[in-house]
Design a protein around this ligand. Structure first.
Ligand code: SAM
Ligand code: SF4
Length: 354
């Protein structure tokens, strides 16, 4: 097992300056890579399944979902998260997918994960949030990010291939009322699809007390149809917003991928995640676990480490911790989307956990 991650990229010589902060005194030895980056954030995919079919993510017919037996059980997941928090210094855990709200018994799993001690957040398409937000908050979830690319019902139906905009809007309001705050709204602008709605989305978020973030589209769709020319770059996003408002740079929240901008004279903050045009690999503090128990050191990694096999072979916590550290030691400096030798990972975003 423990296949190494060796993806291409520009060496980030200043990585150590941006690492995830000093280890807690008396806490576990930090999860460090050879560039000095300390990893304190874990993304956990709870399922690869989804109830939407966003065109920039997966084909209309969906994908060959993982067989249930291959997906980590609640007990396996909780054990890995406990190891991550208690032995590896992970502090924040984000639940994602696929659509994480499709995971059966999510409130119970959330409570068990929260008991391991990390700050817990969730990324969701928002369908089902109206039904679950209060239970998830009571179970120990701190915050949600909700994906919403358009405010127009017909466009939403075309983009996600499901007519569910009203459910998402309900979900957002319920999440805010339940205290899953700050509620962040994530949109992926695509040329000719929703790029005329950037200002509307910001105004909508400001009006409802959500925080808007735009994400550059990445070549991680299952169908391999991503085209650079259809990506709306961070520079274009800022240019569009800047024509309507004065934007003041507001830095980053810790090692967050979003660069924040405040609309002058207001407390409205907009985040822009420039994964493609301005990669933030030098400050990366993230590690990922797929729903079938594969550890990935990067969204764009082409190799994985099989923690599920270890778990199911009866390995003790020491061995699992060691495998985790070995995988991190092999983490590459960064991805190379911009270069000719970029290799797409085998799995799409929805199967890795976005
Ligand atoms: N289903 C949940 C959702 O949509 O929020 C969680 C998983 S989804 C893969 C996580 C995030 O990835 C969403 O904000 C989605 O918009 C984003 N995403 C999906 N495909 C993408 C792509 N090709 N490029 C950039 N972001 C993408
Ligand atoms: Fe599902 Fe999220 Fe992919 Fe849309 S972006 S198809 S909601 S996993």
């Amino acid at each position: 097992m423990a296949r190494r991650t060796e993806h291409q990229g520009t060496p980030q010589r200043d990585a150590a300056r941006h690492h995830g902060g000093p280890a807690r005194p008396g806490g576990p030895e930090p999860l460090t890579d050879r560039f000095g980056r300390i990893h304190t954030d874990l993304r956990v995919s709870l399922t690869d399944r989804c109830n939407l079919r966003c065109t920039y993510c997966m084909p209309a017919e969906g994908l060959d979902w993982l067989p249930r037996a291959e997906v980590l059980t609640d007990e396996e997941l909780v054990r890995l998260v406990r190891i991550a928090v208690h032995r590896l210094g992970i502090r924040t855990v984000r639940l994602t997918g696929g659509e994480p709200l499709l995971r059966r018994g999510l409130p119970g799993l959330t409570a068990a994960l929260a008991a391991a001690g990390p700050e817990l957040s969730l990324t969701t398409n928002g369908i089902g949030l109206a039904r679950t937000a209060a239970d998830l908050k009571a179970a120990g979830l701190h915050r949600v990010n909700v994906s919403l690319d358009t405010l127009r019902a017909d466009r939403y139906a075309a983009l996600t291939r499901r007519d569910r905009l009203a459910d998402v809007l309900d979900g957002l309001a319920t999440a805010r009322a339940a205290g899953l705050t700050p509620v962040k709204v994530n949109a992926v602008p695509v040329r000719g699809v929703n790029d005329d709605e950037l200002c509307d989305l910001v105004a909508f978020a400001a009006e409802h007390g959500y925080r808007m973030r735009f994400i550059e589209s990445m070549p991680l769709d299952a169908q391999g149809a991503w085209e650079r020319d259809r990506m709306i770059t961070a520079a274009e996003i800022l240019d569009t917003l800047g024509r309507r408002w004065d934007l003041v740079p507001a830095g980053r929240e810790g090692n967050a991928p979003a660069e924040d901008w405040r609309i002058a004279g207001t407390d409205t903050v907009v985040g822009v995640i420039a994964s493609v045009t301005r990669p933030f690999c030098g400050g990366c503090d993230r590690v990922r676990l797929t729903a079938d128990g594969q550890l990935r050191t990067c969204l764009f990694a082409t190799e994985e480490s099989d923690l599920r096999a270890l778990l199911r072979s009866g390995a003790d916590d020491d061995r699992i911790e060691a495998a985790w550290r070995t995988a991190l030691a092999g983490k590459g400096p960064g991805h190379a989307i911009g270069s000719a030798d970029f290799v797409r990972p085998d799995r799409p975003m929805s199967a890795i956990g976005g």
